[in-house]
Design a protein around this ligand. Sequence first.
Ligand SMILES: Nc1ncnc2c1ncn2[C@@H]1O[C@H](COP(=O)(O)OP(=O)(O)OP(=O)(O)O)[C@@H](O)[C@H]1O
Length: 676
Amino acid sequence: MRAMRADVEALDIADVTANWVNAAVLQHQIDERVKALADHAHTPLFFGRLDYLHAPGAESAEGGEGEPPAGGGSQEWRCYIGRRHVHDADGDPMVIDWRAPVSQPFYRASKKDPLDVALRRRFGYTGGELTAYEDEDLTDPAEAEKGVASKLLQAEIERPRVGPMRDIVATIQPEQDEIVRAGLGGTVCVQGGPGTGKTAVGLHRVAYLLYAYRERLARTGTLVIGPNRSFLHYIEQVLPALGELEVRQATVGDLVAHRTRAEVRGEDRAAAAALKGDARMGEVLRRAVRSGVTMPTEPCVVVRGSRRWRVPAYEIEELVRELLARDIRYEAARAALPQRIAHAVLVRMEAAGEAPDDRVQDTVARNAAVKAAVKAVWPPVDPAKLVLRLLSEPDFLAERAEGLLTAEEQKLLLWEKPARSVKSAKWSAADVVLIDEVADLVERTPSLGHVVLDEAQDLSPMQYRAVGRRCSTGSVTVLGDLAQGTTPWATGSWGEALAHMGKPDGRIEELTAGFRVPREVIAYASRLLPEIAPGLAEVTSVRESAGSLEIRRVEAGELDGAVLAACREALGREGSVGLIAADARVAGLAGALSAAGVPFLAPGEEASAVVRLTLVPVSLAKGLEYDYVVLDEPAAVVAGEPDGRTGLRRLYVALTRAVSGLWVVHGADLPTQLAA
Ligand SMILES: Nc1ncnc2c1ncn2[C@@H]1O[C@H](COP(=O)(O)OP(=O)(O)OP(=O)(O)O)[C@@H](O)[C@H]1O
């Protein structure tokens, strides 16, 4: 790889570019390439090897012919598999990208279906040093019987997690690989319990798609959507580690704020937020946008030279009705109307014996009288102003919500104190989604090529629509867990969520093998499942260690002290520690930690060798993981939510963040479902 980099660095472009713009562009590309070829001390160049029985299909082999290995004679074709492609001085591949078709058997081949592979070798590294390897003879039926689990794989799964999320290229499992390599054309939705690798799979899928459809996606773009900043921060290293630097990461809030330029400064009560997220609002808004269109009462009179051309009101009305019926975007129709009126004028000119050409039609379309007529019947719509009006004027809302929202619901929507202007309005997160919907009704939102939506269970129907219109001509990977839905509007069915996104044909897959949470801990958390998501399969932990689980009951007055003691105990072990607590308890615990001189971080801040403890408000715990988790007062976590079921779901999230051990410390009674 060093040689590849040296080759690029040595390129002399002085004589090959015609001008300085080309030179700058080319130099930029060279710099990017050099960057992409940088050494990463702890990232080995290859992690696997496949010995094929026959030359892999010439068309699928990266290097073309697939020659037998040097040293010759043997009937094997050998490929090394790594994070990126590396070739020798002649351009022959030495390491093949894990995403290439010829690498796929590394993830999929089994004794039952060896896919023409004789031997699969896994390499083990410690801190960048090659320290082990492990062979699987896929042709030996005797070995098939043993069904031995890979030690290296197990070691990788058991390895303590410190810092941000890392890639799993070396150990992607067959059922995960199927999702990672699904084609760009279709939408895939993955239901998976905590720690089944949904996030990991989604990110590797992006990397795969960028490899397999690089040109198309370079044009259309890809995006990863996560629930909040600390989560995005946690996952942001994975794609760069896989060599993909161009993928944008955002929350739904970021996306709609970017488009609407509205700032969230207010908060809704749960019932109002839920209603604003309801799909019926889509129709209310559609009606509101179209209600700006009024039928003309006056003719349009265009004066040209000494002549006056008159298009009567009823004829303009016909044009307007026809545009309304076509159901195109509001702005597109508004742009078409002057041309239609001008055309009507032209027809009259021709009837009068004139011979106007296209330029005349354009001139007429720009005529002041035509412009005025259009403005009167099809006025421009300012999305934020329109939503402001809906939330402020009872009569305006009532007319648009007729037959859709009850009187009570309408009341719920209306601001107590109507805002005076778009700028001073205290927009809530749900309001901005409404503005975004209007913006799309007015002008089509550009579509990306692919969107990955993580923690998707928490979105409202209106938020699903907002995501859907950002990939209206592309595809989505939807990742989530119905049991972890903690918003009042969390979805109850993936079919519905997909329909709201405009992808009703999306394929729904389920992952049930758990990589994060040890057996004993997941069994404990799963006691909540019958109550929070009946019918959902329990996660089966593939972790070897049963994990440590301790439930500590203390006197209410001694809770903080006991939590502190548990944190100290956890810090005595290797790896990261998360102290998860109800949001309302966080300030108190922060004080206790500081008073005791125990340094700690906030979620999203990077752990270091010195500070390994993170104090996590339970509302931010979703998607994150720590080697050891100390869970403070479950009853407070449950009580922090508006209803019991959401409370237990929040608790389920908190209970499933631990990789190695969980301490539950409580002064109040545990929820009965757990105590059982
Ligand atoms: N095939 C694999 N090999 C090794 N580790 C894996 C594999 N799949 C997942 N993991 C690890 O398991 C942990 C959980 O993965 P991830 O966070 O993607 O799960 P999730 O399904 O998104 O969980 P949650 O529902 O809690 O958000 C991560 O540390 C991830 O690296």
